[in-house]
Design a protein around this ligand. Sequence first.
Ligand code: HEC
Length: 110
Amino acid sequence: MRISGYILAALLIGLTANAAARELQGVISECEACHGPGGVSSDEDVPSLAGMGSQELLDSLEQFYFYERHCSTTTYRHGDRPKTPMNMCNVANTLSAEEKSTIAGYFADQ
Ligand code: HEC
C-alpha cells in the first residue's frame, strides 16, 4: 500500500512537470509567432531574440511589463496569423516571473 502511494506521488509529480513544460512550449510558440522560429526574425519591424543575452531579454520584458518602453501593436507573422494583433506590454503582462526568466534563458540559448 505504502509503496503504491509513493509510485502514485512520483507519477503525479511527473505529470505536473510535463504539463508545465507543455505550457511553456505554448508560450514560446506564441513568441515565435512574431519573432520567428528560434527567435530569428525575418521581419524588419520585429527584432530577433536569438543572439540577445538572457539578462538583456529579461530587462526588456520587465520594461514592457511596467510600460516603461513603448509597445507597438502588431500582427502575428507565423502560425495562426488572423489572431487579434498584440503588443509586447500585453504579452509581458501574461507572464509570471518564473516564465520570464525561463523564456529569457531559452532565447538566449538560440
Ligand atoms: C504580436 C507580436 C509579438 C508577440 C506575440 C511577441 N512579440 Fe516581442 N516584440 C514584438 C515587437 C513588434 C517588438 C519591437 C518593440 C515594439 O515595437 O514594441 C518586440 C520586442 C521584444 C523584445 C525587445 C527586443 C529588443 O531588441 O530589445 C523582447 C525581449 C521580446 N519582444 C520578447 C518577446 C517574448 C519573450 C515573447 C513571448 C512571450 C514575445 N516577445 C512575443 C512583437 C511580438
